[in-house]
Design a protein around this ligand. Structure first.
Ligand code: PMV
Length: 358
């Protein structure tokens, strides 16, 4: 955990007028797909927190008359972005019970991503977690609460979840789990839990994101989650995820990369199979996605290298591998897989240490 977070928070007081956070994206090993109520997950998920793919968000706040309205100006990479601004205003309006101060200030929010907007990479995990951390810091500045780093991150995770489920996991370093599980102490549907029992074999684990297509997603994640409500395989899927959580935590704790890789790929294929057999059906892979997967499988079989893939709900491929074999694997990716990427775009990332105040 970032030991510096709480030292930095301690500097916030009634003179503070602006807070800024850098928060990373994450890649799910066991996927969250299916939700109910107010962003509650149908199954437990676990992810690696990334490093290079992040959002920087600053929130300046200025006292205003409480007229019962939420007042926000929003700039994305220096430009007004009305669609995002509306989303943030709706998000804030849903948080007035959580943060009593939301009607008392005007907020000027500026945000930017480290990855290109035209990369097709979803930014909801990094952007919603950065926003949540900012709001919790304002609460800390105004009220002095919370008094521990643990409580601060737990609340930030809870708030991030209300913006985007997977964002709940981004507030913790390295590995985070979200969703109740009867074999994981302190697991909860309302916020993520840090997983600290992780073998050194996963330190600096790589995630190269191959941008097969930079187009907008064919189906929003909200619509995708909703399709699980009528998918006839849903209950089997939720059971599979709960079992895969136990296996994944075990593999992470013992450094069993083979077992980790097997579950990683099974989860990706299951997510896409569920979308294919939903009503309506969606095919989110593209020809390039399939070519990359086939090449990875053939390379692994011939080289015995621990290179594994996963997918989110889209065509881009995440390739995960240990740091110690980074050289030959990077070379394979550059030579054999780059041609399948849109404009040759590959975002190289690694397991990271979680958010930081900037
Ligand atoms: O956080 P959402 O609602 O965008 O859902 C994310 C779902 C997946 O990325 C496909 C899986 C996951 O657990 O991150």
């Amino acid at each position: 955990m970032h030991s510096s977070i709480f030292d930095q928070l301690a500097k916030l007081d009634s003179n503070t007028q602006k807070v800024s956070w850098r928060s990373p994206s994450n890649i799910a090993i066991v996927k969250y797909w299916g939700k109910y109520g107010r962003q509650l997950p149908r199954n437990t998920s676990v992810s690696f927190t990334l490093d290079h793919a992040h959002t920087d968000t600053s929130i300046a706040f200025q006292a205003k008359e409480n007229d019962g309205e939420v007042s926000v100006d929003f700039l994305f990479e220096g430009e007004p972005k009305p669609a995002f601004a509306d989303k943030i205003i709706r998000f804030f309006e849903g948080l007035t019970d959580e943060f009593g101060f939301l009607h008392d200030y005007h907020f000027t929010i500026a945000s930017s991503n480290s990855f290109p907007h035209s990369s097709g990479i979803a930014s909801s995990a990094s952007s919603m977690s950065a926003l949540a951390l900012g709001l919790c810091s304002i609460e800390k500045a105004l009220t002095g609460w919370p008094s521990t780093e643990e409580e601060f991150l737990a609340k930030a995770s809870h708030i991030a979840r209300l913006g985007s489920g997977s964002a709940a996991r981004s507030v913790y370093p390295k590995v985070a789990l979200w969703g109740e599980h009867n074999q994981v102490m302190n697991s909860s549907n309302t916020k993520a839990t840090p997983i600290v029992d992780v073998h050194a074999a996963f330190d600096g684990f790589h995630d190269d994101i191959l941008i097969v297509s930079a187009e907008e997603k064919a189906v929003s994640s909200t619509a995708g989650h909703a399709l699980m409500e009528t998918n006839r395989y849903a209950s089997v899927r939720y059971q599979q995820a709960q079992e895969n959580i136990v296996e994944t935590l075990n593999a992470l704790a013992t450094g069993d990369i083979l077992k980790f890789g097997k579950i990683l790929e099974e989860e990706a294929m299951t997510l896409h199979a569920l979308m294919m057999c939903s009503d309506p059906s969606y095919m989110l892979m593209q020809p390039g996605t399939i070519s990359v997967i086939e090449k990875v499988r053939a390379y692994r079989a011939s080289s015995m290298m621990p290179l594994y893939f996963t997918l989110d709900a889209g065509p881009n491929v995440h390739l995960l591998y240990p740091d110690e074999v980074a050289e030959p694997i990077s070379q394979f990716i550059q030579e054999e897989l780059k041609p399948y990427c849109h404009n040759g775009l590959i975002i190289k990332d690694q397991v990271g240490l979680g958010p930081s105040m900037i």
